[in-house]
Design a protein around this ligand. Structure first.
Ligand SMILES: Cc1cc2nc3c(=O)[nH]c(=O)nc-3n(C[C@H](O)[C@H](O)[C@H](O)COP(=O)(O)OP(=O)(O)OC[C@H]3O[C@@H](n4cnc5c(N)ncnc54)[C@H](O)[C@@H]3O)c2cc1C
Ligand SMILES: NC(=O)c1ccc[n+]([C@@H]2O[C@H](COP(=O)([O-])OP(=O)(O)OC[C@H]3O[C@@H](n4cnc5c(N)ncnc54)[C@H](O)[C@@H]3O)[C@@H](O)[C@H]2O)c1
Length: 463
């Protein structure tokens, strides 16, 4: 039975741990799917390439009110798809080849198959030629998560897509139904809608993107309702096949109803892969949502076993997985001088239309925690660049401590929100108060960050 110094399960963020400093160690890396993991192959990167293309497809119709008459003559779906994966697939394959063949990785063995723990620090991998069992002093659990499919009668039989499959379809449907009202629903509704698909969104709660600050969620829900057929407060009773696709029978405030599409996208969250990896067999604990329990240094309760990314983090974000991979890398190299992960101010963005970004507390969080706070908002429509963009719906909302001016939360809905939020993430991370941030630097006029400057100046802080 081969024994390793280190075994890494998962080639998403886990793959970035290995660098020349590990050259003197005997290492194995295990992957059951496509090298590079979710973000590269079926997550952040292809979705944002589709989103950018969708934004371009929307531009002609947006031009009209600027006096620019342009027309969208069509979207060549297969060309879009093949351009995107024509770039991504070789990167995934290049990463695989690098680990398997390159002299830099002379000490690395790649196992391609599904792994599960079969004993204490003992892992069995289902290889094409049969199972192989390995042991190691140290493990990194970086096996991510997978889409959750709700237990709706008929769903398993009708044929549905998840984010794992929808980006590779051969033809765009005329009509699509999206089940779920979170990140993936918001992003794919935008992409499909921009490409001319009639989109119906079915959500069980009373708003889309419900985890956002209420003002953001309300604004997005209103805008989405103008663009898509949005069914809120709906329970999905049953899925059934129709002549040309799928129907969902729903129960809602108005009684029973049905929605139909040629394609159904299930976007109802993700679950960590700790169960399939059978981490309990090696003594690693999970919480009630299946996330591996780690301490601030990303160590599980079992000596020498670390975890990172979606398998252990409720954030389920690539920048968090990357940060945690850097922490694990340091702690593997310097076990006697470990560092902690910093989860204080984790931002996120939803790349839909309009774009959304946030960091820190929502107003709901602040109220629930009994934190003293003041808020301020600034509309894009009230800054010069917002006039240039004729924006009528975007705004920034800030929460701050009324006495110290320390920022507690920032929420933006509107063009370039993920870019605009970054200086606020920086201010929060380095403890810069709102007044110093607003007046201690120049803000380029008339650029979009004036949205942030004005939101900061609008905060009703103690004199
Ligand atoms: C559609 C979509 C869009 C997203 N967009 C964004 C975004 O814009 N920004 C952002 O920050 N985040 C985004 N995310 C989330 C982001 O992709 C994840 O947080 C991130 O990829 C997690 O990285 P990871 O290394 O923890 O896991 P993964 O990248 O999922 O890597 C885990 C790897 O482990 C392998 N594996 C699993 N189980 C086993 C096993 N038993 N044996 C062997 N191998 C195994 C898997 O095949 C996989 O390759 C998106 C996710 C999705 C689904
Ligand atoms: N831009 C980004 O950073 C980005 C983009 C896409 C995905 N992601 C990550 O991937 C994760 C998964 O995305 P997601 O959109 O699937 O999850 P999500 O948690 O954002 O949304 C899930 C949605 O499904 C609904 N839902 C859950 N169970 C349901 C059921 N049984 N019936 C009907 N509706 C149900 C929830 O109410 C919610 O609206 C996200 O949490 C996010 O961290 C990030």
């Amino acid at each position: 039975m081969p024994h390793y110094d280190l075994v890494i399960v998962g080639t998403g963020s886990g793959n970035s741990i290995l660098d020349p400093r590990f050259a003197d160690r005997k290492v194995a890396i295990v992957e059951q799917g496509t090298f590079g993991g979710t973000c590269l192959n079926v997550g952040c990167i292809p979705t944002k390439m589709f989103v950018h293309t969708a934004d371009l497809a929307m531009a002609p119709s947006a031009g009209r009110r600027f006096g620019v008459d342009a027309e969208l003559r069509g979207v060549r779906w297969r060309d879009v798809r093949d351009r995107i994966f024509g770039r991504i697939d070789p990167i995934a394959e290049g990463g695989r080849e690098y680990r398997r063949e390159h002299e830099d990785n002379a000490g690395v063995t790649v196992y391609e198959g599904a792994a599960r723990f079969t004993g204490h620090k003992e892992l069995t991998v289902e290889l094409a030629g049969g199972p192989e069992t390995v042991t190691a002093d140290r493990f990194v659990l970086a096996a991510g998560g997978r889409p959750v499919v709700p237990d709706v009668p008929g769903l398993a039989d009708v044929g549905y897509h998840t984010s794992d499959t929808i980006m590779r379809i051969d033809e765009l449907p005329r009509r699509a139904v999206i089940l779920g009202g979170g990140f993936i629903a918001a992003e794919f509704a935008h992409v499909l809608g921009a490409f001319g698909v009639d989109v119906t969104i079915v959500a069980r709660s009373d708003a889309l993107l419900r985890a956002e600050d209420d003002d953001i969620s309300e604004r997005f829900t209103r805008l989405a309702t103008e663009r898509f057929d949005v069914r809120l407060n709906r329970r999905t009773v049953r899925a059934r096949r129709t002549g040309d696709g799928v129907a969902l029978d729903l129960e809602g405030p108005g009684g029973p109803e049905a929605v139909e599409g040629e394609l159904l996208l299930v976007a109802t969250g993700r679950t960590p892969n700790s169960d399939l990896l059978e981490v309990a067999v090696t003594g690693v604990a999970t919480d009630d949502s299946g996330h591996v329990v780690v301490d601030a240094c990303q160590r599980t309760g079992v000596d020498g076993i670390y975890a990172l990314g979606d398998i252990s983090s409720r954030h389920e974000l690539k920048h968090v997985a990357n940060h945690e991979a850097r922490v694990v890398q340091h702690n593997l190299l310097h076990p006697d001088d470990p560092i902690e992960a910093d989860h204080r101010f984790v931002p996120h963005a939803v790349f839909t239309s309009p774009q959304i970004a946030a960091v820190g507390l929502t107003e709901r969080d602040a109220a629930a925690r009994g934190v003293r706070y003041v808020t301020a908002t600034q509309d894009y429509a009230g800054i010069a660049y917002g006039w240039a963009m004729e924006d009528t719906s975007g705004f920034a909302k800030l929460l701050a401590d009324p006495d110290t001016g320390q920022l507690l939360g920032a929420h933006i809905i509107g063009p370039q929100a993920p870019t605009l939020i970054q200086p606020l993430v920086q201010a929060m991370s380095f403890g810069l108060d709102a007044r110093s941030m607003a007046r201690g630097q120049y803000w380029i006029h008339p650029a979009m960050p004036e949205l942030v400057e004005n939101a900061l100046l609008n905060l009703p802080l103690a004199a």
